[in-house]
Design a protein around this ligand. Structure first.
Ligand code: PLP
Length: 387
């Protein structure tokens, strides 16, 4: 057999997916492992897709998405992200995932370095491998609500650093980067001439402070902003996202996207259009529910004397399962939690070395499940020793 691409072949399965596979489809398990909203996609969105399937020909379409959807996304970017883009600067992609992948393919050459937060969403790993680039972590600080440490970022920069990934509100920490932090990160990007890939997939979920888009500080066309319908409209399986890019990059992103999916199905684009142009109460209601679950989780933790930090955005909570002095294997812990208590969480090791002693709980879960899950995990973490 001829050789395969070594950067793909050498990938190790992320521990989060290993845990996901262990409990997939199990109804006897409390599921707190994935960022999957427990709400149904709102009815008016589903109906728009059904109408399209019934009434419209589902043919090929433009690789950057239908113009009417790009107009709706541009209006949404103006409303939520508060910067202005033309529809030509928008490329519609297969979820935020497709947006990030196309962006990395356009921005990087194999062998480049990409600056990735530690901890970060586990999904970046496979994208970086596919793009043939190296992951260089920069730390987010737990004692500072998982916000970036700018001095440490300067220290990890290399001569091959090409892209800085920013993710605010962040997964898994739930940090919402303050305006001045975003301004400083943009200054860093200008000083060292790196692209900024701003993953703003959770921009509708901010409970304290306000969402600040990196593009607000973009003075020289170096920011690509990634968004998605997945989280805000409970549309994870529909696969609609976008990149808002500097004008010169949009045609390149369209090519990279077309090479992967050609175009998104028309009925899916109709659904996204209905989501973005339709009533937004559903988004506000889901955000309010996640916030009250965050409060419930924090109350429980405080009752157990745990008050490390409070997530201000997104819908995740990191819980420390061991003190730094004790070596801890979060994967072994997550496996034991399934075995002994029928509770699934994501092991901190899935997100980077900085969360090796943590697990991540998804707050996009039913409150009763959240309550029982957190109680169960705290009970097991008291005295857990990995064998
Ligand atoms: N970015 C972050 C930080 C995420 O957590 C996720 C999904 O969990 C995504 C991007 C991708 O979302 P999707 O591809 O479903 O739009």
């Amino acid at each position: 057999m001829p050789n395969v691409n070594p950067s793909i072949a050498s990938q190790r399965a992320n521990p989060a997916f290993h845990i996901g596979a262990l409990v997939h489809g199990r109804t006897d398990v409390i599921h707190l492992e994935f960022g999957e909203p427990d709400f149904a996609t709102p009815a008016h969105i589903v109906e728009a897709a059904q109408r399209s399937i019934r009434d419209e020909r589902q043919g090929y379409g433009p690789g950057n998405g239908m113009l009417w959807l790009r107009e709706a996304i541009a209006a949404r970017v103006a409303r939520v992200n508060r910067f202005s883009v033309k529809p030509d600067q928008i490329v519609v992609t297969a979820g935020g995932t497709g947006a990030l992948m196309s962006s990395l393919l356009c921005l990087c050459e194999p062998g480049d370095d990409v600056l990735v937060p530690d901890p970060a969403w586990a999904g970046y790993d496979a994208m970086l491998a596919n793009a043939g680039v190296r992951k260089v972590y920069y730390p987010l600080r737990p004692d500072n609500g998982w916000l970036p440490d700018l001095e440490a970022l300067e220290r990890v920069l290399t001569s091959r650093s090409r892209v800085l990934i920013l993710n605010s509100p962040s997964n898994p920490g739930g940090g919402v980067f303050p305006r001045e932090t975003i301004a400083q990160l943009m200054e860093f990007a200008r000083k060292h001439d790196v692209w900024v890939l701003a993953d703003e997939c959770y921009d509708e979920f901010v409970y304290e402070g306000e969402h600040t888009s990196a593009a607000l500080f973009d003075t020289d066309s170096r920011v690509l902003t990634v968004g998605t319908c997945s989280k805000a409209y409970a549309m994870t399986g529909w696969r609609v996202g976008w990149v808002a890019a500097p004008p010169a990059l949009a045609p390149l992103l369209a090519l990279a996207t077309a090479a992967q999916v050609n175009n998104l199905p028309l009925f899916v684009q109709r659904a996204a259009d209905a989501a973005l142009r339709g009533p937004q109460d559903c988004v506000r209601e889901m955000a309010a529910a996640y916030r009250s679950r965050r409060d419930l989780a924090m109350q429980l933790l405080r009752r157990h004397g745990i008050d490390e930090y409070e997530p201000h955005g997104a819908f995740y909570l990191l819980i420390r399962i061991s003190q730094e002095t004790t070596p801890c294997d979060s994967v072994a812990f997550a496996e034991a939690l399934i075995r002994e208590r029928a509770i699934a969480v994501s092991p901190g090791a899935a997100f980077g070395p900085g969360t090796a002693a943590y697990v991540r709980v998804s707050l996009a879960s039913d409150p009763a499940a959240l309550h029982a899950g957190i109680e169960g995990l705290l009970a097991l973490s008291n005295g857990f020793v990995a064998s």
